[in-house]
Design a protein around this ligand. Sequence first.
Ligand SMILES: Cc1cc2nc3c(=O)[nH]c(=O)nc-3n(C[C@H](O)[C@H](O)[C@H](O)COP(=O)(O)OP(=O)(O)OC[C@H]3O[C@@H](n4cnc5c(N)ncnc54)[C@H](O)[C@@H]3O)c2cc1C
Length: 468
Amino acid sequence: MHTDILIVGAGPAGIFTALELLKKGCKKKITIVEKGKAVENRRCPKQKTQVCVNCKPSCHITTGFSGAGAFSDGKLSLSYEVGGDLPSLIGEAFAQELIDYTDSIYLEFGADTHIEGLEDTEAKKDIRKRAIQAGLKLVDCPIRHLGTEKAQRLYYDIEQYLLQNGVEMLFETECTTLLLDDENGVCLGAEVKNKTGTLSITADATIIATGRRGADWLEKLCARYNIAHSPGTVDIGVRVEVRSEIMEKVNDALYESKLIGYPKPFKNKVRTFCQNPGGFVSQENYDNNLAVVNGHSYKELKSDNTNLAILCSHNFSVPFNQPIEYAQKIGELTNMLANGHILVQRYGDILDGKRTWQKELMRSNLRPTLPDAVAGDITAAMPYRAMVNILAFIQAMDQVVPGFASYETLLYSPELKFYSNRIKMDEKLNTNVRGLYCLGDSSGWTRGLMMASVMGVLMGRLLAEKEK
Ligand SMILES: Cc1cc2nc3c(=O)[nH]c(=O)nc-3n(C[C@H](O)[C@H](O)[C@H](O)COP(=O)(O)OP(=O)(O)OC[C@H]3O[C@@H](n4cnc5c(N)ncnc54)[C@H](O)[C@@H]3O)c2cc1C
């Protein structure tokens, strides 16, 4: 089979590549290969079963049209300072211009017109003052909140738009490897498999946009085909949950507090990420049965709690260069302690050097929103450096948000972000293999819905320009 432009992965990066190609009037044949299902056929059974049943062949939360975005909270970060390192590749001003443009496409497809965190209120000033006193940086980032249920509707409309405009979509079809002309360093397409068998798809341009889930697969391809890349950082941390009363001021003034610190003694970068007022802690499963924690919030359905991630960036140098495997081992160990589930522990128990017991969770004001999380001891699996960083950061957070470091505050583990393998490319997104492009979270350059979408828009524009 031949196509002109082959996109592997129908997450925001892949989708916005196709959208922008259409918007620029591209007449080429565009094919999207996606190992999950169409967005209307994605259903996480946990809503009924209450426990994760580890769907096979793949998790509905992270695979299928709209990628990890469909069931995500749908918080669009509208500042170039948030969402990954793409601005360092293409320039901050251009990145912001692309964010504004991409945001207008989200609006076109029905995103909420309200933006959180725009005004410089007294409350916001007070939060910044407290952050300064605590040695933390408060990053200003306006947020457009789609909400999990509305995000699904929006992505469904985009899916229909792409189909109606002739984009071919092969669902439940997994890309297994690339077709490469090794001698000339050219990518000729990809090999895919589905229920009916294996298929070679040749293409003029092959775009890999396989998301966080596809990061380790892409890393193996890099080694096999000499695709230039560098090991980047790996983020290891916990998901913290508190009663919303504790976070009320921050939730009201900012919706999402993006705070960054470099606590002693290691001075590694530690940051808050993905804050969900009234949200729910969730579990996502990777192909190798690794269960990791995440969080999201609905537009209408609210819990009594707020959750957010605290992540520590880890860099490695010689001789070790496998950050994904490193983070996976921590995840596996944590899963093992929780019998395959997510582990949860009270902050106070960590300081007291004891595990948390299931019955003790019921004694708090705070009830876990992840009902099948297993009470235990996360310190038995978390590396010393990461644990020290997290505890120091929570103490600093307590100065900004009094009550954050309460005894009953819950820490869920493992929260891992696999964006470590960074594909080397120039500002036109060219890799060292002609005809091969890598986008979104799996490329290591983005870490969020908006920036992944922006990278897709840029890819679409660059390919459309080549057509002229
Ligand atoms: C629970 C949750 C909540 C989140 N909340 C937010 C939020 O509020 N705001 C925010 O900015 N970000 C959020 N994120 C992160 C955000 O969803 C991702 O950053 C974004 O989706 C990345 O886009 P992407 O296109 O690079 O990859 P993805 O969205 O991961 O899409 C990649 C796609 O590729 C497919 N794929 C993978 N491998 C193959 C293969 N070999 N063959 C074929 N298809 C393949 C996958 O099935 C998937 O559909 C959240 C993520 C999760 C899991």
